[in-house]
Design a protein around this ligand. Structure first.
Ligand code: 0RA
Length: 634
């Protein structure tokens, strides 16, 4: 390891392709791509720490919010001159694509997927980058602009100890928005500190004059506790099951069962979040299910009258799984699913015996877990019966059983049809008159929608408004869900452009997110954006969706000295049907926002927080995300 020097660096390629097609290297130039630059440097520093050479990483977000420094106390990037290329190693590392240390056995690299593309990609996409290295008693410095060297490597002074410090400023010619999110960075660094136990990670946020120090000696055990705290979830037992295993593949897992009805497993490969799971997560799930099943069977605890499914066993499971392997293969559009087949059996084979043994050694915990699992099976049976009743109403007996207040469309072909879910009867009336009745259906909902966040499907379906909605959709919910039976191509939420309307939209989004996520995943759910203002100026009429829009129109569209007349709509109900058609229903002129699970984890956290905070703020957050996702679609 210590005989590493510049001659180990082999493949050389310039940086022009990176600036030409940044998306190929960092996934895109929107916010996620911008933050990739940070992860890239942080991952390099973490690699140095993981291999035992660094104990502390400091990330400083500078006051302008558009530049950042990542420092570590590792060995320092080598500065010796490469015999063949006659350049300092550090220069090669920062100016050539895919240059890096050759594979050293026993070393875990974050390489793979969008990661590990190297410090050179960060350099290529920065208008300014300064690398400083402390090594051999001196401090060295090298400066770059858009990936090009600005002068030679210089010695800037004497130094004690070793380490690497990289300052960079993302290039505004590449990124439309160069402002970092302190929150996104903070969160990622905290997670890194959990996954690399013992590592000190400091986040100096100059934009808010805050300094965060993350340091967890118990690693993912503390991570799980923090997840439960954040999700406000109660455990059904105390003490987590923990697993630390290392033989070629490092496997760390911690889990416990909660009272929550969902399953929440966060998985990582070499410290990189794998939001779409993969083979490691599959092995983990399979191992947990087999261990619990075995325990139940061995002790003759099977319930009478219900068969336990894998989902029953995993209901309420909250866990963290972190694996480290030498050559991870990532897959999927966002490269966040692990694809190495050998990992599945390895994780399954590690988790199953260890968990079963743990259950046998902790009998009171085991009893609580088994009780929880049987309860889940019984609840599933009950909700299946309830949902089957609703689905039957809509699916088998045809239109006659559709809710009376649904104004259905006349088209018998689902293609291009839309269901507008409208707040209130009077708005429903305008929508009903203003719509294109051949392909647009209207379902008015009365008053506030039930908050479905924590309710089982059976409970949710006891609510009349929701049951009517499910009947109108035709696709059922829960175990009875069938996308083929969905009666419309698109589902559109239409509510007033005020805080009550936002609240209703949030509650409906919660319902869809928790109970019909398939519709969101299948990109069927939209939110309509009705106008808030009408601006009459001379012979022209303009519509504005919010205050900013109004100001913009007044500035740019209203000509001459005619004094514009501005009308603020109190609600959809007072809008003439024709106006509602022109502004909100007509596919040629309307604006929709598509609801997307762009970042399922973040959405989950937001939805979990639903109770007890300002509803309109939450709404904006969800919709901002939706808009971001939509912007990415075009
Ligand atoms: C290759 C060799 C050596 C250090 C590093 C890479 C290194 C890279 C980074 C990136 C961020 N921080 C870093 N720290 C170290 C050193 C090999 C030796 O000293 O023998």
């Amino acid at each position: 390891m210590t005989n590493y020097d510049a001659s180990d660096i082999t493949v050389l390629e310039g940086l022009e392709p990176v600036r030409k097609r940044p998306g190929m290297y960092i996934g895109g130039v929107a916010s996620a791509g911008l933050h990739h630059l940070v992860w890239e440097l942080v991952d390099n520093a973490i690699d140095e720490a993981m291999n035992g050479h660094a104990s502390e990483i400091t990330v400083t977000l500078h006051r302008d919010g558009r530049s950042l420094t990542c420092a570590d106390n590792g060995r320092g990037i080598p500065v010796d001159v490469h015999p063949k290329h006659k350049k300092p190693a550090i220069e090669i590392i920062f100016t050539t694509l895919h240059a890096g240390g050759k594979f050293e056995p026993g070393n875990y690299k974050t390489a793979g997927g969008l990661h590990g593309v190297g410090a050179s990609v960060v350099n290529a996409l920065s208008s300014e980058l300064v690398a400083r290295v402390r090594r051999g008693g001196s401090e060295f410095e090298m400066r770059f602009h858009a990936g090009q060297v600005q002068g030679k490597l210089k010695t800037v002074g004497k130094a004690r100890g070793t380490g690497t410090t990289v300052f960079f400023r993302p290039d505004p010619e590449i990124f439309p928005k160069t402002e970092f999110s302190a929150e996104v960075i903070r969160e990622r660094l905290e997670v890194a500190s959990f996954l690399h136990k013992g590592l000190r990670v400091v986040f100096a946020d100059e934009t808010q004059d805050q300094k965060h120090v993350f340091h967890h000696e118990s690693g993912i055990v503390e991570f799980l506790e923090s997840i439960l705290r954040e999700r406000k979830q109660r455990s059904v037992h105390d003490a987590s099951f923990t697993l630390f295993r290392e033989n070629g593949l490092r496997i760390e897992a911690v889990l416990r069962w909660t009272e929550s009805t969902d399953e929440h497993v966060r998985s990582f490969v070499n410290g990189i979040p794998t939001g779409s799971g993969g083979t490691h997560e599959n092995g983990f799930r399979a191992g947990v299910v087999k261990a619990v099943r075995n325990f139940i069977e061995t002790h003759n605890l099977s319930p009478r009258g219900v068969t336990l499914t894998a989902e029953d066993i995993r209901e309420g499971l909250c866990g963290v799984l972190s694996v480290f392997l030498a050559e991870p293969q990532f897959q999927g559009q966002t490269k966040d699913r692990l694809n190495n087949p050998e990992v599945q059996a390895a994780v399954d084979g590690a988790v199953r015996p260890a968990l079963e043994q743990w259950l046998n050694q902790n009998r009171s915990i085991a009893e609580q877990v088994v009780h929880r699992v049987i309860l889940a099976a019984r609840a599933r049976e009950a909700s299946r019966a309830a949902s089957a009743a609703v689905t039957r109403r809509s699916a088998t007996s045809g239109r006659l059983t559709l809710p009376g207040k649904l104004s259905d469309c006349t088209s018998t072909n689902r293609r291009d049809t839309e269901l507008f879910i409208v707040e209130g009867d009077s708005a429903g009336g305008s929508a009903k008159q203003g719509r294109d009745r051949s392909r647009q259906a209207v379902l008015p909902l009365r008053g506030k929608v039930l908050n479905t966040e924590t309710l089982s499907i059976a409970k949710v379906l006891e609510n009349r408004e929701i049951a009517d909605l499910v009947t109108a959709l035709g696709c059922g919910v829960g175990p009875g869900f069938d996308l083929e039976k969905l009666r419309y191509e698109r589902i559109v939420l239409l509510a007033d452009a005020d805080s009550d309307g936002n609240h209703i939209t949030t509650l409906l989004l919660t319902f869809f997110y928790r109970h019909l996520p398939q519709l969101i995943r299948d990109k069927r759910l939209f939110v309509a954006v009705p106008p808030l203002y009408r601006i009459d100026a001379g012979n022209d009429t303009f519509w504005a969706k919010d205050d900013d829009d109004k100001e913009r129109i007044l500035r740019t569209r209203v000509k001459g000295n005619a004094k514009p007349e501005i009308t603020r709509f109190k609600g959809l109900g007072e809008m003439m049907p024709k106006v509602l058609w022109d502004t909100t229903l007509n596919p040629a002129t309307r604006q929709f926002v598509r609801v997307d699970i762009a970042d399922a984890l973040e959405t989950d956290r937001i939805v979990s927080e639903l109770m007890g905070k300002d509803p309109s703020a939450r709404f904006h957050f969800i919709m901002d995300r939706a808009e971001e996702a939509q912007a990415l679609d075009v």
